[in-house]
Design a binder for this molecule. Structure first.
Ligand SMILES: [Zn+2]
Length: 502
């Protein structure tokens, strides 16, 4: 019995098995037992019952306490090397307290919407379906612009399931502050808490809202936070402008505000914090503009998306003519038929990828003519270019300290976050083993929680089994006591009869 109680203190399913084993053994040998032996066992059973009740309560509360919390932050367009360009004490504090990944290869095309959806799905754009900021879907015959009301049409997003939905299907809570797609009912599900996109809402308000969601008995376990800078200034000023130093320093101050709020709320050493971005930024020049009208009539095609990777939808029967007009037109531009797009871009297998795509070399801009809007900075280029890579720093209870990793792929972040949250990842293009070295105690992953809709959680299952054991315990004690009262004389008689005949 000492062994029995020792194991019940360890907890888990094995103790429940032992409860059943114990009852089975007692039932099997009940008849021959003498009253003098039964009475102490009743006390033991009552102790078992009380222990089970205590364990049930402890299991329920510890399951809640053990939930890891994770906050994923994106500063749009924060290039990986900005942290060394000006004094950024808050970014460097995170590096000292956690991990730095020097080069993150994001997904092609290196635009905002495709990459933000990659971060929360672990999928390349061709698989999650948000293939560009501006898209055309030939099946639905509908167009998508990240600045249009169609972003709220969930079907655009439903080729994938973002992490906040998976988190909630596992019985957890999520919170989203303006992350692209997070104010859309993807698969009919919004984040538990979310802010509808409003570019004028200050960063500080977004942070304070998230801190509230991370606090209290109904705390979220997973949060996402989006901020529009330094992307906007990078486009307008160009990343090489000295004025960008002020913008980067301001982002560092904003990160300091977030750190301070987490500390004040007592969350700083509890919440795992990942600060990253969707892409970098490169400098453009008025001297590096390609005017497509020079090579092909705009009557022959529809222009989809913007420089530096442009989808071209030729008019019926005009594909070869458009392709041949552009193929060798300019040494700073390449045109691919869809089936020719290089494998390593993972950018071919989706109807929203146009029959032809134009890609220009780094620093170049493609326009129909010079009357179009021109920006001094841009992104979207080949994802192997360092200038397209985002920053990545992280800290928290599950991250190693003062650890620098040379490189990772942004698709690997999704399985890493699932590991931190104890969730079973959905099929994805990432690899946990490629990034597991970022975490402490990589040999001891957290319990996996099934993301299947409606499937009970681990805590629920343990609680249910223990509850059933308690009911059986009650019934057993009740039957035992009734039986004893009915057969007490027989027991006494048996007792005498079972004396050996001498
Ligand atoms: Zn941008």
């Amino acid at each position: 019995m000492r062994l029995f109680f020792a194991e019940i203190e360890i907890g888990g399913t094995s103790c429940v098995c032992r409860v059943f084993t114990f009852f089975f053994q007692r039932a099997k040998y009940y008849r021959p037992l003498r009253r003098s032996f039964i009475m102490p066992d009743l006390l033991v059973i009552k102790r078992c019952f009380l222990s089970c009740l205590l364990l049930l309560l402890q299991t329920s509360s510890s399951q809640q306490d053990e939930q890891s919390q994770l906050l994923l932050v994106s500063f749009d367009g924060f290039r990986w090397d900005y942290v060394n360009r000006v004094h950024t004490p808050n970014f460097h504090a995170l590096m000292d307290e956690g991990v730095l990944v020097e080069q993150v290869e994001n997904t092609y095309i290196t635009k905002t919407y495709p990459n933000h959806y990659t971060l929360v799905t672990g999928l390349h754009a061709e698989t999650h379906g948000i293939v560009a900021n501006e898209m055309y879907d030939p099946i639905h015959n509908r167009s998508f612009s990240m600045e249009g009301p169609e972003v709220y049409d969930a079907w655009w997003w439903e080729e994938a399931v973002p992490l906040w939905v998976t988190n909630q299907k596992a019985g957890r809570k999520s919170g989203a502050a303006m992350w692209p797609g997070s104010d859309v009912a993807i698969g009919g599900t919004y984040p538990t808490h979310y802010l509808r996109y409003n570019a004028s809402m200050p960063f500080e308000t977004r942070v304070e809202t998230l801190i509230n969601w991370f606090s209290g008995p109904e705390a979220i376990s997973f949060g996402v936070l989006y901020w529009e800078e330094p992307d906007e200034s990078g486009h307008n000023l160009g990343p090489e402008s000295p004025l960008m130093d002020l913008i980067i320093a301001d982002i560092d101050k904003k990160l300091g505000f977030l750190r301070g709020k987490l500390q004040t709320a007592g969350l700083y050493d509890k919440v795992n914090l990942i600060v990253t971005s969707d892409h970098g930024m490169t400098q453009l020049s008025h001297d590096k503009i390609i005017e497509l009208d020079t090579y092909v009539s705009r009557d022959l095609y529809t222009w989809v998306d913007k420089s530096p990777v442009v989808g071209i939808l030729p008019k019926d029967g005009k594909l070869e003519e458009v392709y041949n007009s552009l193929k060798n037109a300019n040494p700073n531009m390449v045109v691919y038929k869809k089936e020719e797009i290089p494998d390593h871009f993972h950018y071919r297998h989706n109807v929203r990828i146009m029959p032809l795509i134009i890609e220009v070399k780094e620093g170049w801009t493609v326009m129909q003519d010079r009357n179009g809007s021109f920006m001094l900075g841009n992104h979207g280029y080949d994802n192997s270019l360092p200038s397209m890579h985002p920053v990545f720093v992280a800290r928290g209870p599950t991250f190693r300290r003062r650890y620098t990793k040379a490189s990772m792929r942004s698709v690997d972040l999704y399985p890493l976050m699932c590991s931190i949250l104890g969730l079973k990842p959905l099929p994805n293009n990432g690899s946990l083993s490629s990034v597991q070295d970022l975490l402490v105690n990589t040999s001891n992953p957290k319990p996996v929680v099934s993301p299947v809709p409606g499937e009970p959680s681990y805590a629920w299952a343990v609680g249910s089994v223990l509850g059933a054991a308690l009911v059986i315990g009650f019934l057993f004690i009740f039957v035992q006591q009734v039986t004893q009262r009915q057969h007490l004389p027989l027991h006494q008689s048996d007792s005498e009869m079972t004396q050996p005949l001498l």
